[in-house]
Write a protein that binds this ligand. Structure first.
Ligand SMILES: [Zn+2]
Length: 1050
């Protein structure tokens, strides 16, 4: 591949070899577009409520505005109307109840708008070579005078009604607070200066003369002896910069208070909690490592296995649920620290991000599903002032006639239908039947006032590159087959809608209406003034048009198998897809193989320039160059369209630019560099299949509210921010998480508890409008030690990663890494200073048990694909794709990517029985070459791929059993398949189990021999984050470096 495309950068000429060339030069459509006015190509979106605009969203520069049709609620003003108000505009006002069940209705909707009867353009079949393709595609001319329900749409003729969903979804989320500032601080803000004084992770620690004497972190409940010289583990006799402290194990100081700060009964009454932590002060437990030097000896006294590592995976802090048992599960919401500082000065001593990570649709295990509540008669109970939904933390008073909002303290009336008596303890007597008052998470069925149009049907639209690269790589065939195989399981039957556009140097539309037996193809070659022929028949009800859709997908690969077109009219095709989808919204899946070369949005081969690295312009490689894509993304978001990008190119394809389509629409980027179907088809099949069939929420908006005194200031992930705090998510699913930072609004908080409420308003695939609500509470504390004690490393790392990646879009990679390091140093220094005076800490590294993995994850983050090294370390497209992916990952997925599993398998494979399968195959090892035994087989699993590593002296019998007779050949060519023996079956069973346990991506299996370069280095050694690879630090060096910096100015 690739040699067929030598003229890629010359965009002006269409190759005359194209089989479609003759047919496309004289498009019958180009002259009949009724909208070719002055603005026909200027691509203005209709803005029904022009008076309100959103401010630039996070990391947005300019010209990226979107509509904010919602109203902002002034807490002092009258309560917002409970409904969206009457439907005012658009075709949807004629509807009642869920519609869209048939394609007959959809055209009728559009016809009902009726203002623009249009004469259809004559459709002429493309002549020439196309007709000789073996496919029995009907190229029948269209009847010349089909009355269109709506005109061939151009961007500036969007009907007003299309914006209805915006205002509809917006209103019930009336702003919870006023005077909010723009959502994101400048990119630099989260990383206070101080860089320059610190070495970066990659500066390479100059010497190896220090050894680390690691300690097992003390267990909090252990009664430690006083910290006396005699009580520590005998140290190796050494001298060095940490003279006084080389004595191995250093215990935690004795505690004078019960270890658990919160006795169980206090936890049960969150409202009565006093500000916490004041009494404990400096006597709190902490963990430490003693860092001593052992000159001339690398091994003496070192037990590197005792360094803190996440070998048990992500261990969530218990404090979140223990303190407030009615909090939602941490799979939905995690705070970076489960306590809120009571003052701004205290908050400033928490040097890590303060905020939350939300995964609103996380998959729940059986019997833990979110309960559904239907307030049939009463309407949904919400606070009059701040619009908080009723939840377990509200309190009922006045004999049950009033309820007090836990976020804003307003006393609300209890509607008559919702009234219940209170028992002697003040609890409602009907609590047993009220999940919304007892569970941290509930889902309300939204009544009619939460919608202005009927809930949209699930809609899948496919935009597929059919240029020569797409065909020859086999991508087209795999995509067509996979889509077809998923048609029975697309969510939302029988309402699901579907449609297709393909493109090379022209844009191809497909009429797939149910009355046809074969699809009809229409080609538009006027790229400057793209329009949509037959807009009513391009998007159809899947169940009704199933036969035609099947026929289309069956014939699609062969239709283009002789295509030699090397061009890509991606931008015009994108516009066309927008026009087709904008009536309903939905999910747009783009399969892109050739750098866009024709029409709007064409991209140049700006490529990856080594000379730019390390300069102030470095970041420009990683940000979109052409504003076209940001503008398109804004329009997609406005019309409830999410974009998923599948990028395949074997060359530079500018993922940085294309990815913006996913970033601002709640979408996702999938990247398959050098895609070859014979090798990569399983990955594509699985991931596309999951994308198509996972449970999906549509036309969603999300807001996270919090109690008085704090507010969310910035949001990070794939979405568009509408107003100051409303996240527009045209589509979302269980594989997406979002992060946000909060700050204190007031100098001093006077409350004991801060409450949070995540509210997600969405349309389910089954066509119900729903509101999913997650509630949480956290104590307000006055003690900085307490902030650190209840930190959640998973949430901290999630926020740090997102901020660091965003920073790399404005600064050098090195700056992004340095900012991570600076934060870690500051946090550790702050914590150390709490204890240093009282306890002679000397050379010990001090950290809270909750953050024992902070240094390791920080190192892993700096070595991760989006942030690692420089020009030579990662392909630019791969770096950008990984960054987009990382921005959306849920906590557990992210932690596994940063610190992947390394597991030894051969011992298990050789066992006589596999009774202990469940334990042994999950035993993780430190991510270091030291973990690898030349006699073994190991698997490395980062959630996105497996690497199966075979030791050099592995028994040939084992290798033969697992690999078959191919075991001695070049491993890059070996495809792991099941052999006819028990060992092989076991191995395949393990791999299957791993995949099933982590289904959001497919892990292809790479086989590597020990010593086989460069593959071993590429696939495995470079990813062993604890090792010193290239110019990077080893884990031990990194700890030493951090420790030295912590001690500076300590
Ligand atoms: Zn309220």
């Amino acid at each position: 591949m690739g040699t067929e495309n030598p003229n890629r950068a010359s965009y002006s000429q269409r190759p005359s070899t194209s089989p479609f060339f003759a047919a496309q030069t004289a498009s019958p459509f180009s002259s009949s577009t009724p909208v070719a006015g002055a603005e026909a190509s200027s691509f203005h979106s209709y803005n029904p409520i022009p008076s309100s605009q959103i401010p630039p969203s996070s990391s947005e520069a300019s010209g990226f505005r979107s509509v904010q049709p919602g109203r902002s609620n002034d807490p002092a003003g009258p309560p917002p109307p409970p409904s969206y108000g009457p439907p005012q505009t658009g075709p949807f006002q004629h509807l009642s109840g869920p519609q869209f069940s048939s394609p007959v209705q959809v055209p009728s909707l559009r016809t009902s708008a009726g203002e623009w009867p249009v004469v259809a353009p004559p459709v002429r079949p493309p002549a020439g070579p196309f007709s000789s393709t073996p496919v029995s595609f009907q190229m029948r001319p269209q009847p010349p005078t089909i009355p269109f329900g709506s005109p061939p749409q151009s961007m500036n003729t969007v009907q007003p009604g299309m914006n209805v969903p915006l205002s509809s979804v917006d209103s019930p989320f009336g702003a919870s607070s006023t005077n909010l500032q723009p959502s994101s601080p400048p990119m630099r803000a989260p990383f206070p200066a101080a860089r320059g004084t610190l070495q970066s992770a990659f500066s390479g620690y100059p010497g190896q003369q220090y050894n680390i004497v690691p300690q097992a972190p003390p267990v909090n409940s252990v009664a430690f002896p006083p910290h006396q010289g005699g009580s520590v583990t005998p140290p190796p006799a050494v001298s060095g910069p940490y003279v006084g402290q080389q004595g191995g194990y250093v215990q935690s100081p004795p505690t004078t208070a019960p270890v658990g700060m919160y006795s169980r009964d206090r936890m049960q009454h969150p409202a009565s909690l006093p500000p916490l932590g004041t009494a404990q002060g400096l006597v709190e437990d902490f963990s430490s490592l003693s860092l001593g030097s052992v000159p001339g000896s690398l091994d003496a006294g070192i037990d590197s296995k005792a360094l803190p590592r996440p070998l048990d995976g992500d261990v969530e802090p218990k404090s979140f649920a223990e303190m407030y048992p009615m909090n939602c599960s941490s799979r939905y919401l995690r705070l970076s620290t489960c306590a809120i500082p009571n003052s701004q000065s205290l908050a400033s001593r928490w040097h890590l991000p303060l905020g939350a990570v939300v995964c609103p649709l996380a998959e729940a295990p059986e019997r833990e599903e979110v309960p559904i509540v239907n307030f049939v008669t009463t309407g949904i109970i919400r606070c009059r002032r701040c619009r908080t939904y009723v939840n377990p933390y509200v309190t009922f008073t006045d004999h049950g006639r009033k309820w007090r909002c836990n976020l804003c303290s307003l006393l609300n009336d209890v509607p008559g239908e919702y009234y219940a008596h209170l028992d002697a303890s003040g609890r409602r007597i009907d609590l047993d039947q009220r999940p919304e008052l007892t569970k941290g998470s509930v889902e309300f069925i939204a009544p009619a006032e939460y919608m202005l149009r009927p809930p949209m049907p699930p809609l899948y639209f496919f935009l597929i590159d059919v240029s020569v690269c797409a065909v020859r790589s086999g991508m087209l065939e795999v995509v067509a087959q996979t889509i077809k195989s998923c048609l029975d399981t697309l969510p939302g039957f029988p309402r699901t809608q579907i449609g297709f556009i393909t493109f090379d140097s022209t844009v191809h539309f497909y009429n797939i209406k149910s009355s046809l037996t074969q699809p009809q193809m229409m080609v538009v070659s006027d790229l400057d003034d793209i329009f949509v022929p037959l807009p009513d028949d391009l998007l159809v009800n899947l169940s009704e048009s199933r036969t035609v859709v099947d026929a289309f997908l069956d014939s699609l690969p062969s239709m283009f198998q002789e295509n030699t077109n090397v061009e890509s009219a991606f931008g015009p095709a994108l516009k066309a897809a927008f026009m087709v989808m904008s009536q309903l919204g939905g999910k747009l899946l783009i399969f892109q193989n050739t750098l866009p070369s024709l029409g709007a949005g064409r991209l140049r081969l700006r490529g990856d320039d080594a000379r730019v690295y390390g300069t102030e312009k470095e970041y420009t490689l990683r940000v979109p160059e052409d504003p076209f894509y940001k503008q398109m993304a804004a329009d997609f978001s406005k019309f409830q369209i999410a974009v998923n990008i599948y990028a395949f190119s074997d060359k530079y394809t500018d993922v940085a630019t294309l990815g913006t389509l996913a970033k601002y629409t709640g979408g996702q980027v999938y990247y398959y560099p050098n895609f070859v179907a014979s090798i990569h088809k399983d990955k594509l099949r699985h991931e596309l299949g999951r994308d198509l069939t996972r449970e999906t929420a549509w036309e969603a908006v999300m807001r996270i509210r919090c109690g008085r005194g704090v507010r969310f200031t910035s949001y990070h992930g794939n979405f568009m921010l509408r107003s100051t705090d409303l996240m527009a998510l045209p589509v979302l699913d269980c594989d997406k998480a979002y992060a946000m930072q909060l700050c204190l609004e007031e100098t001093l908080l006077t409350t004991d508890t801060v409450y949070f409420q995540v509210a997600l308003l969405y349309t389910s695939s089954s066509g119900e409008r729903r509101i999913r609500v997650h509630n949480a509470a956290a104590p307000v504390v006055a003690d900085v030690g307490e902030l650190y004690r209840v930190a959640d490393i998973g949430a901290v790392v999630s926020l740090l990663s997102r901020l660091a990646f965003e920073k790399s879009l404005s600064y050098k990679l090195e700056d992004a890494r340095t900012s991570v390091q600076n934060r870690i140093v500051k946090a550790l220094r702050e914590y150390r200073n709490l204890h240093a005076v009282q306890h002679r800490l000397g050379g010990r590294m001090i950290y809270p048990e909750s953050l024992k993995l902070l240094a390791l994850y920080g190192l892993a983050l700096c070595k991760s694909t989006p942030l690692r090294g420089g020009y030579a370390d990662t392909q630019l497209d791969e770096r950008c794709a990984a960054g987009y992916t990382m921005m959306a990952l849920p906590v557990k997925k992210l932690l596994k990517l940063l610190y992947p599993n390394l597991i030894r398998l051969d011992e298990y494979l050789l066992k006589a029985s596999f009774a202990d399968e469940s334990e042994n195959i999950w035993k993780r090892l430190p991510l270091s070459a030291e973990s690898l035994d030349s006699r073994g087989i190991y698997i490395y699993d980062d959630g996105f791929r497996f690497v199966l590593w075979f030791g050099r002296v592995l028994s040939p019998d084992i290798a033969r059993s697992v690999l078959g007779e191919d075991y001695a050949v070049d491993y890059s060519r070996v495809c792991l398949t099941e052999q006819d023996n028990e060992m092989s079956r076991r191995l395949m069973r393990i791999i299957k189990k791993y995949r099933e346990s982590d289904p959001s991506y497919y892990q292809p299996c790479h086989l590597v021999w020990q010593g086989e370069q460069p593959r071993e280095g590429l696939y495995l050694l470079a990813n062993l984050v604890e090792d010193q690879v290239g110019g990077t630090n080893s884990y031990a060096d990194w700890l030493l470096q951090l420790h030295r910096q912590v001690q500076q100015n300590a």
